[in-house]
Design a protein around this ligand. Structure first.
Ligand SMILES: [Zn+2]
Ligand SMILES: [Zn+2]
Length: 279
């Protein structure tokens, strides 16, 4: 039964993909035909032959003039260029990263763990000029939902746990604790953690004594031995200049391989960010 469902779902998405490609082709053909009929580019008489004209239009469509995000298909009000030179909305790419998916949604090229998407302001101006009405609408929608990036800087952090199996010599024969885990919080560039984080509080399973531990020095870690997984509560207190409330996360310990890490982004006004780094 479930097998059947999976198959039918994948057929459905395949159909949609074909339909989408077909729609794209149709759009290109219409643009090309229009340009041939008009025989002009922006109202000026073209100095190109019809064939080179077609090639120029196709090239334009494939490069800068594609203002639509390939993830949400909406016009990109806040466009980001990835290191692999693909363009997405800021929101779309940051959601990809939040799902711990560090690869380009278009070409699957892996992003570096430190990768932080930043808005391409030059391209944003192009979108605003090329599709003014849609740009305005999309920006307005982002602003109304409090999602407009404006002049913010993203800082990337990780939290989670490292893990390793203990050897018999380490644990001794009677010890049932066979796992060593290390809870951690760090900036994508760990040397910068202390610029942003004042302290990290870890709340452990009540069987740990003490079960609440506050770490104020980097590395902001807690290392323990244990036999089973449980949920750790992590509270991150920011440095004063960050001017923000502590964030709380719940992390389920992982004893799989090296452990598990989760990413999150924090946005601060670019001005504050630059000030903090000029000190
Ligand atoms: Zn998008
Ligand atoms: Zn890419």
């Amino acid at each position: 039964m479930s097998h059947f469902l999976v198959r039918s779902d994948s057929y459905k998405s395949f159909e949609w993909m074909i339909l989408f490609i077909y729609a794209l082709c149709l759009r290109e053909i219409v643009i090309i035909i229009k340009s041939i009929i008009n025989g002009s580019d922006n109202g000026r008489t073209s100095k190109y032959s019809p064939l080179s004209h077609i090639l120029i239009i196709i090239q334009k469509q494939m490069t800068d003039d594609t203002f639509d995000c390939p993830v949400c298909f909406g016009v990109m009000a806040e466009p980001v260029v990835t290191p692999c030179q693909h363009r997405f909305c800021y929101i779309c790419i940051s959601q990809t990263l939040e799902r711990n998916n560090f690869a380009c949604p278009m070409c699957r090229a892996p992003f570096e763990e430190q990768y932080i998407p930043d808005i391409d302001q030059k391209f944003q101006e192009k979108v605003a000029a090329g599709r003014p009405d849609e740009f305005e609408k999309a920006s307005q929608a982002l602003k109304e939902n409090g999602l407009w990036r404006g002049n913010l800087q993203s800082i990337k952090f990780f939290f989670g746990n490292k893990h390793r199996l203990l050897s018999d010599e380490e644990t001794g024969e009677e010890n049932s604790n066979t796992h060593e885990w290390t809870g951690f919080v760090e900036c994508a560039d760990p040397s910068l953690s202390k610029k942003f984080i004042a302290s990290v509080e870890y709340k452990l399973h009540p069987t740990f004594k003490p079960s609440k531990v506050k770490v104020t020095k980097t590395p902001l870690e807690i290392k323990r031995w244990g036999w089973g997984v449980f949920e750790i509560k992590i509270i991150i207190n920011w440095k004063k200049w960050m001017n923000r409330e502590p964030v709380k996360y719940t992390h389920m310990l992982s004893f799989d391989g090296d452990g598990k890490r989760n990413a999150f982004l924090v946005d601060v006004p670019k001005e504050d960010y630059q000030k903090a780094f000029s000190k």
